[in-house]
Write a protein that binds this ligand. Structure first.
Ligand SMILES: [Zn+2]
Ligand SMILES: [Zn+2]
Length: 256
């Protein structure tokens, strides 16, 4: 099914940049975003809170990550979610273009996390209903694309315990309530990917998976509520070292 979808994309999409419509050379025909547009994405850079990666307030310490579960140690995002990056995420989530995950993951490969080289990648899961509607989980696509760069396996350790409302229109407090208890852990399948050929082989995830460094993968960081809740579920299953990476980070949320 996944490769089927990709084959269809190849048939229906002209070889041009999804964001600016510039034509690709034959060599780049597998890409969806051109170099010019990628370079317009604004990287998230230090100085930041060492833990959550958010620019620190001018007075006092960071409050954003103060209530996070202890296991969640470090969260980093590749780019600020303004115009071009937002359009790319939109294409990944709502445009039925899972293939764009490769372009987004390419921007995430430089994210620096302690323990990354021994970590397993854990996609943030979707509820079954939304997954059915979309046909795929965008975080899983990102995790798979990243696993080729980092040569780390993807393990499906989390499931949604219940469907949650879309976070987009919610205040920070409502976001917390919305995702509380949203995730459960399971011992499931993992997949490793050959960095060169991209070939995938499945393996049974041992219970000791939770003793490893784990890296949650999601598309966007807004308040961190979803990642914190996902990390809490991993922590309850025994994880002590959880990091998280996202492609985009919402420009300082303005809920006033
Ligand atoms: Zn472009
Ligand atoms: Zn922080």
């Amino acid at each position: 099914m996944p490769w089927g979808l990709e084959a269809v994309e190849h048939l229906v999409l002209p070889a041009e940049c999804l964001l600016c419509q510039a034509l690709f050379s034959f060599h780049d025909a597998d890409r969806l975003v051109c170099d010019v547009c990628r370079h317009r994405w604004r990287p998230v850079r230090a100085p930041w809170c060492e833990r959550c990666g958010q620019p620190e307030p001018s007075f006092g310490g960071c409050r954003l990550c103060a209530d996070w579960p202890a296991a969640l140690r470090c969260v980093r995002s590749a780019v600020w979610l303004d115009a071009g990056a937002r359009a790319a995420v939109h294409a990944l989530k709502y445009g039925a273009l899972p293939r764009i995950a490769r372009d987004l993951a390419a921007a995430m490969t430089g994210l620096d996390l302690a323990g990354r080289d021994s970590a397993w990648l854990v996609p943030v899961p979707l509820g079954p209903k939304r997954r059915r509607q979309r046909g795929y989980n965008q975080s899983e696509r990102l995790a798979r694309a990243l696993s080729r760069h980092w040569r780390r396996p993807v393990v499906h350790l989390l499931v949604r315990a219940r469907e949650t409302a879309m976070q987009t229109a919610l205040t920070p407090e409502a976001r917390l309530a919305n995702v509380a208890g949203a995730f459960e852990t399971r011992n499931a399948e993992g997949e490793t990917r050959n960095g060169r050929t991209g070939e995938c082989s499945a393996f049974r995830v041992p219970t000791s998976a939770f003793e490893r460094p784990l890296v949650l993968v999601d598309d966007v960081f807004t308040t961190g509520a979803t990642l914190a809740e996902a990390a809490r579920a991993l922590e309850q299953a025994g994880a002590t070292t959880v990091a998280a990476v996202t492609f985009g980070r919402a420009v300082i949320p303005d809920f006033t």
